[in-house]
Design a protein around this ligand. Structure first.
Ligand SMILES: Nc1ncnc2c1ncn2[C@@H]1O[C@H](COP(=O)(O)OP(=O)(O)O)[C@@H](O)[C@H]1O
Ligand SMILES: [Mg+2]
Length: 231
């Protein structure tokens, strides 16, 4: 096992006129490479704040955070941006595909922005998420679940070390969510990507290797699951 990241006593406090909001209040997490973590918790418990700190989109106000043994930058937007560019993939609840580009072009564009255009890999990734027949269609011509699978292929196109998702099935029905999650697990296993996925949908636990529950900015449980996915 290789340690990917380590958060020690991470705090994210907001000063507000009404007092201090402790969005994260002493978070301790070690995540090994290859883990798939589902992060569960009620609304307002700190899930999005934690993802934003994990991805260096936001800076903790206390504690230490290392990634592959190196301190993750904070309060320095350029260093935080390069950390994200080098390490992080992100899947959104609303797929954020470019509507005027085909499915394939959406992937090619991301590769181009990352400076490594590779049409064969783009096609392979779309096949991996089960969309080989849709590569020349436009986002408006495929279903929501298919669009989210395009978004997953896009987020892993640059080979992120860590894939993050915030309610990525929040906009999908149960059956479609299962398909999307199956595609995501397959992609993570094949590409050796670690994932941390926020949800309030308990049924997604079956796709995780570990489930962390958070409430009021604190971890209230942290358990390995007996996931029997295609590993
Ligand atoms: N910019 C902010 N200023 C003040 N409080 C905030 C801010 N952003 C988030 N919070 C508070 O931090 C807590 C955690 O929010 P969040 O991480 O978005 O929760 P979740 O994603 O679990 O719903 C909430 O109480 C929220 O109101
Ligand atoms: Mg949230």
């Amino acid at each position: 096992m290789t340690l990917l990241l380590n958060m020690k006593n991470i705090e994210r406090h907001y000063e507000t006129p009404a007092g201090v909001v402790r969005a994260l209040d002493g978070i301790n997490i070690e995540i090994q490479e290859g883990e798939r973590v589902i992060l569960l918790g009620p609304s307002g418990s700190g899930k999005t704040t934690l993802l934003n700190c994990l991805s260096a989109l936001d800076s903790p106000t206390g504690g230490t955070y290392t990634f592959h043994g190196a301190e993750v930058p904070r309060n320095h937007s350029e260093k935080m941006t390069s950390f994200r560019r080098e390490n992080i993939g992100y899947v959104f609840q609303f797929f954020n595909l470019l509507q005027d580009l085909s499915v394939l072009e959406n992937i090619l564009l991301i590769q181009e922005l990352a400076g490594k255009k590779d049409p064969q890999r783009a096609k392979d990734l779309l096949e991996l998420v089960g969309l080989e027949a849709e590569i020349n269609r436009f986002p408006g011509e495929i279903s929501g679940g298919q669009q989210q699978r395009v978004a997953i292929a896009r987020s892993i196109a640059k080979r992120p070390t860590l894939l993050l998702g915030d309610e990525l099935t929040g906009n999908l029905d149960t059956e479609t969510s299962q398909k999307v999650m199956t595609a995501l697990v397959k992609a993570c296993v094949q590409e050796n990507i670690t994932a941390v996925l926020v949800t309030h949908d308990e049924s997604l636990v079956q796709y995780a290797t570990r489930v962390i529950r958070i409430d009021s900015g604190k971890i209230v449980s942290d358990e390995q699951t007996s996931s029997t996915s295609e590993e």
